[in-house]
Design a protein around this ligand. Structure first.
Ligand SMILES: Cc1cc2nc3c(=O)[nH]c(=O)nc-3n(C[C@H](O)[C@H](O)[C@H](O)COP(=O)(O)OP(=O)(O)OC[C@H]3O[C@@H](n4cnc5c(N)ncnc54)[C@H](O)[C@@H]3O)c2cc1C
Length: 541
């Protein structure tokens, strides 16, 4: 293949363009700067933070332990930053990411309020041209997407949604000004992780709260708490060990699955183990449980039954308790929301649960919500209806690769990727936290993927390469591998954002494998091997 002409290279605006200034984009910027590249980040929001910039709803906070979530790449940053709680709230995390942006002077290379709407590959110049919403264009050799796995909010497809005359908010587009709930009649639609956090936080502040639930989710206690000075010292001293542990665990959390099967212990031991996990902080009950609860229906039934009993014991009205117990999926087979007195909310006089599987919402009216049973009047409607996950942000950009092929067409029947990082026909484009990559405790995966991408770009520079492309065979092989890994997992038998289902998004009614469900160490070993062999699985020119 002929090399790019000099004149075309010289008109490139940047060496690399990164889309998105969340945790992925910020770290990628740091790394590419170190390589001496001219880099520009384009970010739709007005500031850094991604998830933590957009999700300002009441009660938004981590389910990962704060200290296991923060960046690990800078010792100085680890030393100087103090998390105040085991699971920090959104304002603190946003402060942290602003601190990172200040410390490493990242903002000078970020352009805010700049939504990318198109990205087109130019074969002659071996470069990408991105177009912003206002029509402005920029060109760069490399394009790195850091657009987020959960960054495209979805509203429910309910008739009359725009007719409501009161205030209404999607949780991921929450206003900056405080919302006054006092004495207000409030509706929350949705009971996923975000809905749970919102509901438990506002219940005591509102006049009356009506929760519209389509699918109950299994939830477990978060057990958050302040970090005292002694613990702070221990956390800081233990960072190297903790991060090393996160590298070894299945999904980069500090929790490791118990090597035993659920039936390898007596009934009493199993019950005692579940009690212990239920009383512990964080995702241990999900990520640190018996090894077979997420693969074996009978093993899963034991923990589902245990948590169902907990819900019945915490909710006074047993009819309400039954509604809150999931019947169509087992514990942990969807993303587990962690809660703080969530179930007790339903013991309050000012809270009502409406099961919309029983009495569907017919429409939103100017004054409230009409179900098949009755009409409700509201001052505020909160849509906790989540995201068009994993591929949603990709679908919003018109990506065109070699010969004008659209990414959306290529992924019509589900994403196809090489290591979750590249796609054949889309040279010089690398994806962070896109489909088919290891996610889990996400910043740990972000740091790995950014380092891998940076290694590849450094290699290209050192070897005078200007065109890096995954092979079609490599993409087929990785995509098949990712699909095979999902076989036998109970989570892949369940409709959820993790299996690509979103009833509120057209065309997302068929399950796809969008998520890598193997272990993070295995993922890294595979990617490391590719780098160690001089990226010879790629087409390099
Ligand atoms: C409420 C909530 C709680 C979470 N809690 C946890 C947790 O406890 N632990 C965990 O591991 N993960 C958690 N996550 C997942 C979280 O998304 C990741 O941890 C992490 O923040 C992802 O970082 P990112 O930079 O890849 O993506 P994001 O943070 O989503 O950032 C993507 C950025 O790209 C921008 N962008 C997207 N499209 C465009 C475009 N076309 N043009 C310009 N800019 C664009 C967006 O505006 C956004 O700023 C949570 C997610 C949510 C929504």
């Amino acid at each position: 293949m002929a090399g790019p002409r000099e004149s075309q290279i010289s008109v490139l605006d940047y060496d690399a363009i990164i889309i998105g200034a969340g945790m992925s984009g910020l770290y990628q910027l740091c790394r590419l700067r170190e390589l001496g590249l001219r880099v520009r980040v384009f970010e739709a929001g007005t500031n850094v933070g991604g998830t933590w910039y957009w999700n300002r709803y009441p009660g938004a906070r981590f389910d990962s332990e704060s200290y296991s979530y923060g960046y690990s790449f800078s010792k100085e940053l680890l030393e100087e930053w103090e998390w105040s709680e085991h699971f920090a709230g959104q304002p603190e995390t946003l402060r942290y990411l602003n601190h990172v942006a200040d410390k490493f002077e990242l903002r000078r290379d970020i352009r805010f309020q700049s939504r990318v709407v198109a990205a087109i590959y130019d074969e002659d110049a071996r470069s990408w041209t991105i177009t912003l919403e206002d029509g402005e264009r920029f060109r760069a050799r490399f394009l790195i997407t850091a657009i987020g796995p959960l960054s495209t909010p979805t509203l429910p497809r309910i008739e009359g949604r725009d007719r409501f005359a009161g205030q209404s908010f999607h949780t991921a587009r929450w206003p900056r000004e405080p919302v006054d709930f006092a004495g207000k009649r409030v509706a929350v639609i949705g009971t996923g992780a975000t809905g749970v956090q919102t509901i438990q936080t506002i219940a005591a502040d509102v006049g009356h709260l009506t929760v519209f639930q389509r699918t109950p989710n299994w939830c477990a206690p978060l057990h958050n708490g302040k970090i005292d000075a002694e613990t702070q010292k221990r956390i800081k001293a233990g960072y190297p060990e903790m991060f090393a542990r996160c590298q070894e665990t299945f999904a980069c959390f500090i929790h490791t699955p118990d090597p035993r099967g659920a039936f390898e212990v007596s009934d009493e031991e199993r019950e005692a183990f579940y009690e212990k996990l239920y009383a512990e902080r964080g995702f241990g009950i999900w990520q640190g449980n018996f090894r077979d609860i997420l693969t074996d229906h009978k093993a899963n039934a034991t923990i589902s039954d245990f948590v169902a009993r907990k819900i019945r014991s915490r909710v006074k009205d047993q009819q309400v308790a039954e509604k809150l117990i999931p019947k169509n999926h087992g514990f942990g087979t969807r993303r587990l929301p962690l809660e703080t007195f969530y179930y007790e909310v339903y013991n309050r006089d000012n809270v009502e649960l409406v099961d919309i599987a029983e009495t569907p919402i017919e429409r939103i009216t100017s004054t409230g919500i009409k179900t098949s049973a009755r009409e409700y009047r509201f001052d505020i409607i909160i849509f906790a209806t989540g995201f068009d996950a994993i591929t949603g942000a990709f679908d919003k950009i018109d990506f065109r690769g070699v010969d004008g092929v659209r990414l959306k067409d290529k992924w019509k029947s589900g994403p196809q990727t090489y290591l979750g990082l590249m796609v054949d026909g889309f040279p010089n484009m690398m994806m962070l936290m896109g489909p088919h990559t290891a996610l889990g405790n996400i910043p740990r995966s972000i740091e790995y993927s950014v380092d891998w991408v940076s290694g590849l770009i450094r290699f290209a520079g050192e070897n005078g390469l200007t065109r890096l492309e995954a092979t079609a065979a490599g993409v087929v092989s990785w995509t098949n591998h990712v699909k095979a890994l999902g076989v036998g997992l109970l989570s892949n038998e369940v409709n959820s954002w993790m299996t690509g289902i979103n009833s509120n998004v057209e065309g997302k009614q068929t399950r796809i494998v969008a998520r890598y469900s193997g272990s993070a160490p295995a993922y890294r070993a595979r990617c490391d091997a590719v780098a160690a062999c001089g990226y010879d699985e790629l087409m390099l020119a």
